[in-house]
Design a protein around this ligand. Sequence first.
Ligand code: ASP
Length: 423
Amino acid sequence: MKNKMFYSILASMFLGIIVGIFYPDQMLSLRWIGTLFINLLKLIVLPLIFSALVSAITSMGGMKRLGSVGIYTTIYVLCSVSIAVLIGLFLLNTFQPGFGIPASFILANATPTDLKPVEFSSFLLTLFPPNIIEAAAKFEIMPIVFFSIVFSIACLYTGESAKPVIAFFVGLRNIFVKMIVWLMYLTPIGLFSLLGSAIAEASLQNRLLDSLKGMLFFIMIFLFGLFLQMAWQFAIIKLITKRNPKDFIRSASGALLTAFATSSSMATLPVTFIVAKEQNINEEVSRFVLPLATTINLAGTAMYEAVSALFFCQILGMHLSLISQVGVFLTAIVAGMGATGIPEGGLVTMLMVLRCVNVPTSAIALLLPFDRILDRFRTMTNVWGDLVCAATVDHFTSRKEKIIESNNVAKINFKEIKSTSRN
Ligand code: ASP
């Protein structure tokens, strides 16, 4: 994000907060602008994911390179989500914020929620829907990502006759990228409205502070956990990818602020692409890694699911054994990776984790009043993780290519020396 844009985004968010606090009614009447902005982002996301993935995979020049980018991405995502959950479990076990809070908070005050638990088998079935257009209409991202990957691999194997199709998707992607660049000019206005109306709503209902009371310690611990998660990834940027961390943060800030304002890593994806471009991350890599990471690399969400489950157990006076905590660890990883990058997407998959420790699902009602604000922070963490993932995968794949290249050069030189010495 260019400096000018960054400052205008900051100024517009600041203005949104001020207007939201002092003129809440007027601010709420401008809420439609934010909705329009999110609609425009979402409008682009699905075709962008499809065309970006197809053009990236088909341009990688074969399964070998695709395989190595895919493997690096999967390793990164698994490590990042596991570390996030471990940080969360460690903090909750150390500070135990739930003990001392009356169990009636969950048992009596909680109103039943209408969220349905997600079974693992039905979750797997959603990855392979019978009708891909219907899945797209429901904004189900996972099936689209899987379909795009299989479609692209089929294109690679089809050969000559698939070339016009590939060229079509490359053109389509370039058109969407152009549309994103135009859309970015609207970002300050969109964020002004989104943040301002959220503040206005909270201040009108006087809800924010009320709901924060009693839960403050838990919230602080969770936010600290997110901070640690972002911090170790920051270290990766500096120590492993050897990029300038200040520069990386400056570029990423546009995406982070958009994530904060939209509460959706999926809706932020167009902005995340721009950041990757600014950071000179190989486009083939970012076009493959970012849609995939946005879909499965929800480390902030996974941490939230684990800490909430443990928090509820502490409130209910349940002491979880090591084995049960390993169960929480594993389900939180799956639940985090299965949550969609949409606002409060993690709440639905959290039920999987709660079931694993036998906590009544109505406990979620305890989180609802302040979930919206926490969602903004975990979305920021998720988007930050996606960007670091792309930079890391880019680092390792380009290093591997350099090594292969230099080996090839060495082989050629060796052959030349041999043939000249024979002559
Ligand atoms: N809103 C989050 C995201 O889009 C998902 C969640 O934690 O609910 O990344």
